[in-house]
Design a protein around this ligand. Structure first.
Ligand code: SF4
Length: 587
């Protein structure tokens, strides 16, 4: 089958049963792969009311059509399920090389059901698939677990997806790690593995991927790589990587600082791209990526790949920490214990503000690093009272200490690193994202007129629809100049059948609307598409947008327009006409 392996691996951990089923080819034209296809499978498998941590919940891991090919930046793959953190459906994806390896082993995706009675890992070696005991790995960090699983499979070339103690302990912002420093970070995927007693997956594949016309496909790849990937629009990823955003966001006044109190960080030089370059020892790329945005760093024995911009902000400026060595240490601890650095940094920042304001003293202070580093393991292990409380995440921590005026979250997911009081589009993007506060659904940070409600709202709708299909092709965020036309051309060459840009645009909108149907079924309403009090009522205190809020009136105007542009009613429910147009009326 062109571009696809043609099979899904189905693993029932309760029954200890492994099987395969043919890929649902009838869904491909509507959902394509990765996020879209995983979502369609998930919709079929569970009810939206499912308890995410129950054995009845399913996890769908999915690659996409370009994953494993030479199309630039397409090694990404995803997991779709219901988030234990937000209670919404969510998608979380990562790069690296596990996705291609899974396809080379002969599977487009894996469906995981049930719960193992003891800690287990899944071993995939082409068509030899087995469940193995992981009891000797209980409590081990991701770095050691990866090494041990590769060794158990007998191949350093094997690729892994594993959790650390945070996932085993069901911390709701636990991540899944791959290749040590890459994560399915947001939404608690690590806790989902933990709830299933699944320590990890190790995979080695030796197959290949067929295409209709190899020569036409390679020609298109070369053409687009030179004309559309290795261009000024994308090469920042290669020269600087995401740390370049520290200066950029500071310049436009939306670099969250001091738990979303300021939009600029006076000590940004300690954690900006120049600081990363001074500590850099090399670059690293995901499979099939000519950009190589990963930067290996080393300072005084603290070494890792990264930190990325989100971590430099949430664990740096937002905690008022400008010492790159300490941010690297924090990041590395999170990666090994298996915690999402965005949620963890945001929660620590909130705890610092609670202490500064005299609401509760966790021993954490802005700018101080000793307790900041100590608390990471305490959260992952739930080993102290403050660790247990910070493991709740920012929203629940704020509820516990009557501090909802201080938290920055959407649907209980902690805000990432773009301040909405200086860019309304980011606020609306967080409020309407299917998985809570997320910068990867619509990204308006660089757009003109950041406080123009009408323009920003249109950008959010367009961005969400576009990214839904882009992620479904498994294309990386950092191929920023990719278009529907480029995706359609590449698909046409590889599949040997014509694919149009319009079909792909419609698929993106379909995928977005299906997430909405799931979340409505899970009990979410338009009331949940909201901004936190801090963003609506407390003026930003420093930077070009000092004094600004995203007030209720502007936000409600934006939300109303958003629903109209989407063809949803004033309660945020898709109209029958919209569902019919998208082919979702029968679901
Ligand atoms: S740009 Fe970076 S994250 Fe994206 S595929 Fe390339 S190396 Fe991976």
């Amino acid at each position: 089958m062109n571009l696809y392996a043609g099979k899904i691996l189905v693993v029932d951990l309760t029954e200890k049963k492994i099987s395969t089923e043919p890929l649902r080819e009838d869904w491909l034209k509507d959902y394509w792969g990765c996020w879209g296809l995983a979502l369609r499978y998930y919709w079929q498998l569970v009810s939206p009311e499912i308890d995410p941590l129950s054995p009845q919940n399913a996890l769908v891991i999915m690659t996409g059509p370009f994953c494993g090919t030479l199309v630039p930046t397409t090694s990404r793959f995803c997991l779709v399920s219901k988030s234990p953190q937000t209670g919404t459906v969510f998608e979380t994806n990562t790069g690296g090389a596990f996705g291609p390896e899974l396809k080379f082993a002969g599977y487009d995706g894996i469906i995981i059901k049930g719960r193992a009675d003891t800690l287990t890992y899944l071993k995939i070696q082409d068509d030899q698939v087995s469940l193995e005991s992981a009891e000797s790995l209980a409590g081990k960090g991701i770095f050691e677990t990866e090494k041990r699983l590769k060794s158990a499979l007998g191949s350093p070339e094997a690729k892994t997806l594993t959790i650390g103690p945070a996932g085993e302990n069901l911390v709701k912002y636990a991540c899944i790690g791959t290749e040590s420093y890459r994560q399915m970070g947001r939404g608690g995927a690590g806790a989902l593995f933990g709830s299933k007693n699944l320590k990890g997956i190790v995979c080695r594949g030796t197959g290949n991927i067929a295409v209709a016309d190899m020569s036409a496909f390679l020609k298109k790849i070369t053409q687009h790589k030179e004309a559309d990937v290795l261009t000024d629009a994308n090469l920042w990823a290669s020269t600087d990587g995401t740390p370049i955003l520290v200066e950029a966001m500071n310049e436009i006044g939306i670099l969250p600082t001091r738990n979303f109190t300021y939009g600029v960080f006076d000590n940004k030089d300690g954690i900006n791209s120049d600081a990363i370059k001074a500590a850099k020892r090399g670059d690293r790329a995901c499979s099939s990526c000519p950009l190589a945005c990963g930067k290996f760093t080393h300072i005084n024995g603290a070494e890792m790949e990264g930190p990325e911009y989100e971590t430099l902000c949430l664990a740096g400026s937002n905690c008022e920490i400008a010492d790159l060595e300490q941010v690297i240490r924090f990041n590395r601890l999170c990666d090994d214990f298996g915690l999402d650095t965005i949620s963890c940094g945001n929660t620590v920042g909130l705890a610092m503000e609670l202490a500064e304001k005299g609401r509760h003293d966790f021993g954490l202070r802005f700018g101080q690093t000793k307790a900041y580093l100590e608390v990471v393991s305490e959260i992952a292990l739930r080993s102290t009272q403050r660790g247990k409380e910070l493991a709740l995440g920012a929203k629940k921590l704020a509820e516990k200490y009557q501090a909802l005026d201080l938290v920055a979250d959407a649907k209980s997911m902690e805000y990432p690193a773009y301040e909405p009081r200086g860019n309304y589009g980011m606020g609306l993007a967080y409020a309407t994202s299917e998985r809570g506060a997320c910068h990867l659904r619509a990204f308006t940070a660089f757009s003109d007129a950041p406080l123009d409600v009408k323009k920003q709202t249109q950008k959010v709708v367009d961005g969400q629809n576009f990214n839904a299909i882009k992620w479904s092709m498994c294309i990386c965020d950092f191929w920023g100049s990719v278009t529907h036309e480029i995706m359609a051309e590449l698909l046409t060459a590889a599949l040997g059948v014509a694919v149009t840009p319009d079909e792909l645009a419609l698929a993106g909108e379909r995928i977005w609307n299906l997430t909405r149907l799931f979340n409505l079924g899970a009990g979410f309403t338009s009331e949940d598409d909201c901004l936190p009090e801090k963003i609506m009522n407390q003026p930003l205190e420093k930077g070009p947008h000092a004094g600004n809020v995203f007030n209720k009136e502007n936000f409600e105007t934006s939300k109303k327009l958003y629903y109209q542009l989407r063809g949803w009613d004033d309660k945020g429910i898709p109209s029958q006409e919209k569902l019919t147009q998208l082919g979702l009326n029968h679901l």
